[in-house]
Design a protein around this ligand. Structure first.
Ligand code: MCA
Ligand code: AMP
Length: 510
């Protein structure tokens, strides 16, 4: 039988010699391909021994570690659905995700076990394991008793492999359902498009410095290396000095723009440090043209910028070869991806005209978890997904993203939805209304600023509003500044003019 399980394809690319090093960690631990094979088999056997139903969700909020990646591989291998969660999420956020996804298994750090398990058991989850970043925890202890042989579960291309929660412009987060077929098609296309080198060509070594709860670090980076049988240098946290130290041993690096900005601030980033590097890839947020140019000048290398989404994995890329990598653009639609720019009335737009970006392809998700109406709204009648990004295509076919129709702030590569933050602030005592806008920031690209008005007679303290947010929500979502004002700018319809606020606060962090 033909098995479309993504893990089967990744496993098939492991080198013949399983004793070769697959992963070297920042602290010098070595994992062989056999370790990945056996470790994922043992965890897959553990998951399968739990008697979980078909399509069971495995929710994971743990610090980055090789074992956490192995849990991802094991989930695929056993045929269940992986649900990664940002480690910054606090209890209200986790309560929503667990309540919404109803996972059969939750893995968390032992430090968080008390509150996470309480939420999980209340939501009906039967199995809560701990997994720490020092190779300890109940998950590994239990898996240690399982066989290291495991037959990969048979999956069809449309079977769900992962749910990635992405916040909504209104209301709560939506879980984007990605299938084995979505992820595998994207991994295969990128392997070719980015010219991953075979062993005969000298192979590749990837520096993995991103978190593994989003598309960039979890799919693009991990699948990219594994489907090419390439070694990874695995850094548990982004540290620019450590990355520079490891550059001479590597050939490929992937990062959000903030990582490039921080690397440029290091004197150690030189032409010589990059001498063995073949490819620097950036995405998840707009890469400033200044960063692109400064990188070229300092390292002699041209960053390849690409564009994607949780709902679609990668959509476009600048060329690896056979063409110029143009700063400020996200390149061309990837092979198999159909991308168009439409006007607000659904009309096709000519070259260079700005409109709504819509996409179709084998990488595009099937819909949002248990939200059929929301899913229907986000697709056109002819089956294109509305990205919410606004852009244009030039005469040479290069795509540029010029903005977003969705009210979204992308801060250091993380998405922050103003509606969610405003909803939180508006519930605080004495608050009449609030508006959160994104303003330029030299490190994070963009950060949120909150502008709040008090109810008549109430006195608000911006420091207290900030403290409330910090205590209840993921730290990256908290606006960097909060202003209490007497009124918000409005248009004739009474709608808050966020563009006026953005203009007013644009130099705050300049
Ligand atoms: C940390 N802080 C932030 C952010 N990260 N503030 C705004 N935006 C952020 N992204 C704040 C914290 O709230 C905290 O503030 C202070 O910085 C220190 O936190 P810490 O965690 O120590 O920060 P860090 O380790 O320096 O993290 C910065 C980072 C990280 C390395 C740039 O944010 C990061 O790894 N970003 C990558 C995100 C990513 O992988 N995105 C891919 C999404 P305080 O002290 O006041 O609390 S995938 C995607 O978008 C699509 C599909 C695609 O195309 O790839
Ligand atoms: P997420 O919801 O985390 O998947 O974020 C997806 C969004 O990130 C896209 O809809 C874009 O708005 C943005 N994005 C990703 N890559 C790029 C890029 N290279 N340039 C500009 N925006 C990007």
């Amino acid at each position: 039988m033909n098995n479309h399980n993504l893990f089967a394809a990744l496993r098939a690319a492991f080198p013949a010699d399983l004793d070769e090093v697959a992963i070297e960690t920042g602290s010098g631990l070595l994992y062989s391909w056999r370790d990945l094979e056996h470790g994922s088999a043992m965890m897959a056997n553990l998951l399968q021994s739990l008697g979980l139903p078909e399509g069971a969700r495995i929710a994971v909020q743990v610090e980055k570690s090789v074992e956490a990646m192995v849990l991802y591989l094991a989930t695929l291998r056993a045929g269940f659905v992986f649900l990664p969660l940002n480690t910054a999420y606090q209890s209200a956020e986790i309560e929503y995700f667990i309540g919404n996804a109803e996972p059969a298994v939750v893995a968390c750090s032992s430090a968080n076990f008390g509150w996470v398990s309480k939420i999980a058991f209340k939501a009906g989850t039967q199995n809560v394991f701990t997994l720490d970043d020092d190779r300890s925890g109940s998950l590994l202890a239990r898996a240690a008793h399982c066989s290291d042989r495991h037959e990969v579960a048979v999956k069809q291309p449309d079977d769900m492999a992962a749910i990635l929660y992405t916040s909504g412009t209104t209301g709560r987060s939506k879980g984007a359902m990605l299938s084995h077929g979505n992820l595998l098609s994207n991994a295969r296309v990128l392997k070719d498009y980015w010219g991953w080198r075979t062993r005969e060509e000298g192979g590749d070594v990837l520096i993995h410095a991103l978190p593994i709860f989003h598309v960039h670090g979890l799919f693009v980076a991990i699948h990219g290396a594994l489907i090419n049988g390439s070694k990874m240098i695995w850094l548990s946290k982004f540290d620019p000095k450590k990355v520079i130290e490891k550059l001479p041993e590597a050939t490929v690096f992937m990062g959000v723009p903030t990582l490039y900005v921080r690397l440029l601030a290091e004197p150690g980033l030189t032409l010589d440090a990059c001498r063995n590097m073949r490819l620097f890839i950036a995405g998840s947020a707009p890469l400033l043209i200044e960063t692109f140019r400064e990188w070229q000048a300092r390292t002699g290398q041209t960053i390849l910028e690409r564009y994607g989404m949780s709902e679609t994995a990668m959509l476009t890329s600048n060329p690896y070869q056979n063409g110029e990598r143009r700063g400020g653009t996200v390149g061309f639609a990837l092979p198999g991806v159909s991308l168009r720019v439409q006007g607000d009335e659904g009309q096709p737009l000519p070259v260079d005209e700005i409109g709504n970006i819509q996409v179709q392809g084998p990488n595009v998700f099937s819909g949002y978890w248990r939200m059929p109406e929301k899913t229907a709204e986000e697709f056109t009648a002819d089956g294109y997904f509305k990205t919410g990004d606004v852009g244009k295509i030039d005469a040479d076919g290069y795509i540029t993203i010029v903005g977003r129709s969705k009210d979204l702030i992308i801060s250091g590569g993380y998405n922050v939805y103003p509606a969610e933050i405003e909803g939180f602030i508006n519930e605080l005592p004495g608050v009449a209304e609030s508006a959160v806008v994104g303003v330029p920031h030299p490190d994070f690209g963009e950060v949120g600023v909150a502008v709040v008005i008090a109810k008549p007679g109430a006195v608000l303290d911006s420091a207290q509003i900030m403290a409330e947010m910090k205590s209840k929500m993921a730290n990256f979502k908290v606006p960097k500044q909060c202003f209490v004002v007497s009124e918000l700018p409005r248009n004739t319809m009474g709608k808050v003019q966020k563009n006026v606020l953005r203009e007013q606060y644009k130099a705050l962090f300049a």
